[in-house]
Design a protein around this ligand. Structure first.
Ligand code: NAD
Length: 388
């Protein structure tokens, strides 16, 4: 039991509530909630629907403070003097987002003595050492499904922009040039191609669904969990159980599985040799699933005709990251963007509401929605983070 403030107070721009101690008190249980979000800058002050930003704080500050909870929000996440590491030592709830991940390593978990629950505002909790969370019995929950349509749409867009050689064509127009053959020489149709997904969960399946009307030659998937029969029938997807076999049959490979011990560096120099020469690779899952240098070399040599996605092995990506500027031998094949496919305004509304709902359940000690739980009580609650 801790003494804390009685009433809700207006929004304070400092993002800290230490000044609560000077206010009138009543008895209630105060929880320290720490959130690491991305800084939205001017855009976030102009656009309040950018809820996942430091400025707009998932829209939960007033609600949390009205119940007397302490809410610390920052984007400062690297190093021992960061707001993240300094506040982690006594925070009970940690909210992080994959778009600007506060990396919760095993070492930091040891220091986070009060930590009981980590909530991912979004989908994908690989920035947390899940095995270390299990050792400590910390719950990790995410807002499952909140942005899966947003990402699936981005995957389909990325497939199209690579296959159709869109980016160099647009750059040509901006430059004031007009030489159709220079871009048409490497532009194809998706129709008649073989497209496959590594991971056929919520996103992977939605990608397959959205590709059905494109009349591909075949849709394939590689996943240790087979699709339910009715789902596989709906999208007419064939499962290939061997990964090398799988990639050797695809014109386009999309990565849609979580990052875990079994997928870190999965697409490496050795696997890339088994891709069809000139295949396209799309990865909106996690940057570290694909080997940074092997992908850059494969694009440069033309083994891959292109690579597109929004996820990077470190975020924010350093200025000299090779994926920013890599090009195929014809000067195209790069569809990289910052990590934003799952943070459309529609998605932000959903993951902000989902984060609040997880918090509500936590404060009331009510059970969480089972699909949101990644680890709990020292165990994995999902089969999606590796076969064990
Ligand atoms: P999901 O849990 O519904 O599906 C994941 C699927 O991957 C499961 O079917 C699982 O069996 C499969 N899988 C796990 N390991 C595999 C392996 N080694 N090989 C093949 N398949 C494997 O998850 P989801 O909602 O579809 O999301 C998938 C991932 O996408 C997330 O974990 C996250 O990393 C990423 N994501 C990215 C963004 C973004 O903004 N770029 C947003 C949301 C999710």
């Amino acid at each position: 039991m801790v003494l804390t403030a009685q009433t809700a107070r207006p929004h304070k721009p400092t993002f800290s509530t230490h000044h609560l101690t000077s206010l009138p008190y009543t008895l209630c249980i105060m929880v320290k909630v720490l959130a690491i979000l991305y800084r939205g800058g001017e855009a976030a002050t102009q656009e309040p629907r950018l809820l996942g930003t430091v400025e707009n704080q998932l829209g939960i500050r007033e609600w949390l403070e009205s119940q007397g909870h302490e809410f610390i929000v920052s984007d400062d996440k690297e190093g021992p003097d960061s707001v993240f590491q300094k506040n982690l030592v006594d925070a009970e709830v940690l909210i992080t987002t994959p778009f600007h991940p506060g990396y919760l390593t095993a070492d930091l978990i040891k220091k986070a003595k009060n930590l009981k629950i980590c909530i991912t505002a979004g989908v994908g909790s690989d920035h947390i050492d899940l095995n270390a969370a299990n050792e400590r019995g910390i719950t990790v929950a995410e807002v499952s499904g909140s942005n899966v349509v947003s990402v699936a749409e981005h995957v389909v867009m990325s497939i199209l922009l690579l296959v159709r050689n869109f980016v160099p064509a647009h750059e040509m127009i901006e430059r004031g040039d007009w030489q159709v053959s220079d871009v048409a020489r490497n532009a194809y149709d998706v129709e008649g191609k073989v497209v496959g997904t590594i991971g056929a969960g919520r996103i992977g399946f939605r990608v397959l669904q959205r590709l059905v009307p494109f009349n591909t030659k075949e849709l394939l998937y590689f996943d240790y969990a087979p699709l339910p029969e009715h789902a596989a029938k709906e999208v007419k997807a064939r499962r290939v159980e061997d990964l090398k076999e799988f990639v050797s049959q695809c014109d386009v490979v999309a990565v849609n599985c979580p990052l875990h011990e079994g997928t870190r560096g999965l697409v490496n120099a050795e696997l890339l040799k088994h891709f069809k020469k000139g295949a396209w690779l799309v990865n909106t899952a996690r940057g570290a699933i694909c080997d940074k240098d092997a992908v850059a070399a494969a694009v440069k040599s033309g083994q891959l005709n292109g690579y597109a996605g929004d996820v990077w092995n470190v975020q924010p990506a350093p200025k000299d990251h090779p994926w920013r500027t890599m090009k195929n031998p014809l000067g195209g094949g790069n569809g990289m963007v910052p990590h934003y496919s799952g943070t459309t305004l529609d998605a932000q509304a959903r993951y902000a509401a989902g984060t609040k709902s997880i918090l509500e359940n936590y404060f009331k000690s009510s059970p969480q929605e089972p699909q949101n739980i990644i680890v709990e009580g020292g165990k994995y609650a999902t089969k999606a983070y590796g076969q064990r």
